[in-house]
Ligand binder design. Structure first.
Ligand code: SF4
Length: 423
């Protein structure tokens, strides 16, 4: 087997970055305010990003910064300024897609390794080789490539890092090269009645996921009438893709020569990041320690407890011409919800609450290495040191946790309390 790939997680903000590392990510990718392809993720301010690079390096991990918009001439100054800033803070990679940004990076950030974003749609060995000759260190492969294609690219261009998405949402267009969102959020064109969307362009990092809206059929002479085209009770979502989940096929990707396994989702919650990252970390480590089975029932359950769409293997074993991987159901499946995160660990731990928590809830404490402890008893104290039976998400409290045999559980910082909700 080839060498162990990097596990690369999304970091929509500083808190998510710390959570991703706690649960086992080797590296994270983050965006700079308004200039990456996730203009809506709660991106990092410059100050945060600078601190994030220092923090990441202090724990021996890596951080890549996305500046992957396709920009217009009026945005040039902004991009140059951002590239210079990235040069100053020295992350481990600059993810870009626009050739203009590549030229600017060579000029203003010569020491920062360049990663070519999936948004550049690198689909063959010639494109990869050209990007390499232009100084790129890594290619984030287009999500439309099969395992066989990746092997061919790897064999033709051996000395470049290849990164592939292994988990998360897919796009119905060619990796974000899509005008649906711009069109459907322009009020004069297809904008939604009564909804004050600004024009939101997927190519400028602000996709509104219009492909996932519910659609109806209209007949021209009866403009006020909607004809339903029904897939299931929830409606019709003809453009909405299934999510990718490659957890059972990691060995195929390793043998094809992929160096970095990327998890999608800079807008996803810390609950999502903790579950998905720890599951992939666990399987990857078991794979390289020759432990069987690598993917246990517990892991499959873990991937399914957090919000997601129907899973598929994307286009790794099929191609976009034969199947569009459209989901048959709109439902976001999940059956746990986030209660709190430990921010100061000890016998009595301080927690940050995200939802109402009551001592009658069915709670799991989760941590790295797939640690999952059933909490049978919880003692909560408010800021006046009074014992309370329920708290809401605005309060700062301390807790003591007890397991099934009434032993005190000592959590770690960034461990998460989640509530079984069964919905
Ligand atoms: S609207 Fe849908 S298909 Fe278009 S870029 Fe956004 S997620 Fe992709």
């Amino acid at each position: 087997m080839n060498k162990k790939p990097e596990l690369l997680a999304p970091a929509g903000n500083f808190e998510k970055l710390k959570v991703a590392f706690h649960y086992g990510a080797d590296a994270v990718y983050a965006g700079l305010d308004k200039l990456s392809l996730r203009a809506n993720a709660d991106n990092f301010s410059r100050e945060d990003l600078k601190a994030a690079v220092v923090y990441t390096h202090s724990i021996g991990k890596r951080i890549y910064i996305a500046l992957n918009i396709y920009f217009t001439p009026d945005q040039s100054e902004q991009i140059i300024d951002a590239v210079k800033f990235i040069h100053e803070i020295q992350p481990d990679g600059l993810i870009l897609s626009d050739l203009g940004t590549l030229g600017l990076a060579q000029q203003f950030a010569p020491n920062t390794p360049i990663h070519i974003s999936t948004q550049a749609n690198s689909m063959n060995q010639y494109a990869v080789s050209l990007y390499k000759s232009l100084g790129s260190k890594r290619i984030v492969l287009a999500r439309e490539l099969s395992i066989e294609h990746i092997k061919e690219i790897r064999n033709s261009v051996p000395d470049i890092q290849l990164e592939a998405f292994v988990h998360g949402a897919m796009c119905i267009a060619y990796s974000g090269r899509c005008l649906l969102s711009s069109y459907m959020t322009t009020n004069a064109l297809g904008g939604r009645d009564g909804i004050n969307d600004d024009v939101r362009s997927a190519n400028k990092g602000d996709c509104s996921h219009s492909c996932r809206w519910e659609f109806v059929l209209k007949e021209k002479s009866r403009a006020n009438e909607n004809f339903e085209i029904t897939e299931d009770d929830a409606g019709t979502y003809i453009l909405s893709s299934k999510d990718i989940c490659m957890i059972e096929h990691l060995e195929d990707l390793i043998n094809a020569g992929v160096d970095s396994f990327k998890i999608e989702g800079r807008m996803k919650s810390i609950l999502y990041i903790s579950s998905i990252v720890r599951a992939y970390r666990f399987v990857l480590d078991r794979l390289f320690a020759n432990q069987q089975p690598c993917v246990t029932d517990e892991i499959l359950k873990e991937l399914n407890v957090v919000s997601h769409r129907e899973f598929s293997t994307g286009f790794f074993y099929t191609n976009p011409q034969s199947t569009a991987n459209v989901t048959a159901s709109i439902k976001y499946e999940r059956n746990v919800r986030l209660a709190a995160m430990v921010i100061k660990a000890g016998k009595a731990s301080e927690i940050k609450l995200y939802n109402k928590l009551s001592n009658s809830d069915t709670i799991d404490l989760i941590g790295n290495n797939m640690k999952t402890v059933k909490v049978l008893r919880i003692v909560m104290r408010n800021s006046f040191n009074e014992i309370v039976t329920s708290v809401n998400h605005t309060e700062l409290i301390t807790i003591e946790l007890y397991d099934a045999t009434d032993n005190l559980i000592i959590p770690e910082k960034y461990d998460i309390l989640r509530i079984e909700s069964g919905f």
